[in-house]
Design a protein. Structure first.
Length: 249
């Protein structure tokens, strides 16, 4: 792929239409990914959190680019590997199953830590190393990116456009994860809501591994409604606190 080809490719208006479409797809499908990354990184000391998000996402993006470069291998992921009675799992199914179970386990574990005694929870958090958190970010990002990459291969024929969309999505996810992490830190109740959402996503991925398709629109609409209700609760609580402060003064 020479420079003259890239110049010609990115001088066409339809190239940018495809790029924006793919970038939008990456952002929409990456919402659950961003929430999980923010929650994971929050277990580290504040000074290490931006570094963990940067390292984890950067290494995962390199993995995405490698998957795109091996398009022939990627398309074979939908081919059944073996037959087990009525089941004929493919490589994609096994990845989704592993990722779904991992997400269910991690989300349930995080929720449990939030409701158990503070001392025990703090000991568990201290046991999480920087490398372990980065590793978990990489694993879950690769699982979440699988469907978006397969969709990208089906939507666009130009590898350069796919590469550009994936790289741009890295910067968007880094910016969004920092903002979401700050919001979760200010409002811990949103963290429980996010973990419950991730628990649903893990169930969805597990169901997809067995070819039970659940429209993601239902999941995202329920999340949006829950966030709206929670936001109203936060606004009411903040207004009550302001009134208390005014009464005291």
């Amino acid at each position: 792929m020479d420079v003259s080809y890239l110049i010609a490719l990115f001088s066409r208006p339809e190239t940018y239409l495809s790029l924006v479409t793919l970038l939008f797809l990456e952002v929409v499908l990456g919402v659950d990914n961003i929430i999980f990354i923010a929650i994971l990184a929050a277990k580290l000391p504040k000074e290490q959190q931006p570094k963990a998000r940067l390292y984890g996402l950067s290494i995962a993006i390199l993995g995405r680019l490698g998957m795109l470069a091996g398009i022939a291998w990627l398309t074979k992921l939908t081919t059944p590997l073996f037959h087990l009675g009525p089941l004929a799992p493919s490589g994609r199914d096994l990845i989704l199953l592993g990722g779904g179970l991992f997400l269910i386990y991690k989300s349930a574990q995080e929720i449990y830590e939030k409701v158990e005694s503070k001392e025990e929870s703090e000991l568990r958090v201290k046991g999480e190393s920087f490398a372990a958190i980065v590793g978990q970010i990489i694993i879950i990002d690769m699982v979440f990116s699988l469907d978006s990459i397969i969709t990208a291969v089906g939507l666009v024929n130009e590898l350069a456009i796919m590469f550009a969309a994936v790289i741009l999505s890295l910067f968007l996810m880094l910016a969004a994860s920092a903002g979401i992490a700050a919001m979760l830190d200010r409002h811990p109740s949103l963290k429980i809501l996010g973990l419950s959402f991730l628990l649903m996503i893990g169930t969805l991925l597990t169901a997809e591994a067995f070819h039970y398709e659940i429209p993601r629109g239902y999941i995202y609409c329920s999340l949006g409604f829950s966030l709206l209700v929670q936001w109203f609760n936060i606004m009411i609580h903040e207004n009550q606190e302001k009134k208390k402060l005014q009464e005291k003064t």
